[in-house]
Design a protein around this ligand. Structure first.
Ligand code: FAD
Length: 326
């Protein structure tokens, strides 16, 4: 399998941040992926780089997930997520439409149980085939064993342990989408919350909404040089007055992190340096060019601390900060 030395990592990430990899190996099959991680127990496993913050000093070892292939509803980890969504709709499957436009690979999709517009991967997945670096065994985990929760899973809970090789989806054939569970999307489609719409229309509406917020990777949109939402929506016993919130199965309420940030004095476009808030969405930190990871973390801490002192709520980062923390 192709292996390289001193490879700049920034171009392999959506934030365009991070130093070089002293050694990088590209894996184009699941067997290569297993072999590569067996030989490199500490290597970072990197997919599309759209949910990572890499250190300025770089990394010793990186394993790049590039195994492609689709067999029925089993998808190799290196497949592009949005391409899979597009193809599934083209083939008459429904269920993934609201997850359109999320950057990155299939292999990373279960790590944080990707979600958007009222939908989550957890409801469309049958099982995950993974290599367990702790036991050295390949396992198939049924969805119920994956510990899926809001932006969380067993994979995220044990960083570095699991290497996702492929994902088996559970989708049904049809024309109509899953029930629309997000008010902004329902408005856009002209349907009531809980109603269904043609799945192809849902995909188009989601892509249009995401574009408006800088939430699809687009070389012509400087606001998409981000890791998507930088903070998760916090779960709290009671939402601050006026804050958009959603009930959570835990009995707590999920509060809009974007609202908390905006109402702590950080508006869209905030920040004067190379790193700041997106001009389209307060929840995204963007690299306007020439920024560093150290600067990004400083801006993230300023936002987190501002929200903490205004509302007493501590925001938690969504992207994985490799080799560090907020
Ligand atoms: C503009 C933009 C919009 C976004 N919108 C959303 C959104 O709406 N909803 C959402 O949930 N996310 C969103 N994200 C975040 C991101 O798209 C997802 O988290 C995506 O699943 C990351 O995929 P990736 O291949 O780029 O992962 P990477 O960034 O490469 O990796 C992320 C983490 O997963 C690990 N990983 C990657 N591949 C594997 C593998 N095969 N096995 C084990 N571990 C692995 C990495 O080590 C790392 O810890 C957005 C990001 C951007 C830039």
């Amino acid at each position: 399998m192709p292996s390289h030395t001193d490879v700049p990592l920034a171009p392999l990430t959506s934030l365009r941040l991070g130093g070089p990899a002293r050694s990088l190996v590209v894996c184009e099959s699941a067997a290569d992926l297993v072999e590569a991680v067996r030989a490199r127990p500490c290597a970072l496993v990197l997919g599309g780089g759209s949910n990572v913050v890499l250190p300025d000093e770089g990394l010793d070892e990186v394993v790049l997930v590039r195994n492609r292939g689709v067999s029925g509803l089993e998808l190799q980890a290196g497949e592009d997520w949005d391409e899979v969504v597009r193809l599934s709709l083209e083939q008459g499957y429904v269920g993934l439409e609201a997850l359109s436009g999320i950057p990155g690979t299939v292999g990373a999709s279960p790590i944080q149980n990707i979600g958007a517009y009222g939908a989550e991967l957890a409801s469309c997945i049958l099982s995950v085939r993974a290599f367990d670096r702790e036991s050295g065994a390949e396992v198939v985990l049924p969805a119920a064993a994956c510990g899926f929760a809001y932006r969380h899973s067993v994979f995220k809970a044990s960083p570095g342990r699991w290497v996702v090789l492929s994902v088996q989806l559970a989708l049904s054939q049809g024309r109509l989408s899953a029930p629309v569970r997000y008010a902004e999307l329902a408005d856009c489609l002209g349907v009531a919350l809980g109603d269904r719409a043609p799945a192809a229309d849902v995909r188009e509406a989601v892509l249009a909404l995401r574009r408006r917020k800088g939430m699809v990777l687009d070389p012509s949109d400087a606001d998409s040089v981000s890791a998507g939402s930088f903070f998760t929506n916090p779960l709290v016993p009671m939402a601050p007055a006026g804050a958009p919130s959603w009930p959570d199965p835990s009995g707590l309420v999920k509060v809009s992190a974007a609202w908390l940030i905006e109402n702590s004095g950080f508006g869209k476009g905030w920040g004067e340096g190379p790193i700041g808030l997106s001009s389209k969405h307060t929840l995204a930190l963007v690299n306007r060019g020439g920024g560093t990871t150290a600067e990004l973390l400083a801006v993230a801490r300023a936002v987190r601390d501002g929200v903490q002192s205004t509302f007493g709520i501590t925001l938690v980062n969504e992207p994985v900060i490799v080799g560090g923390e907020l």
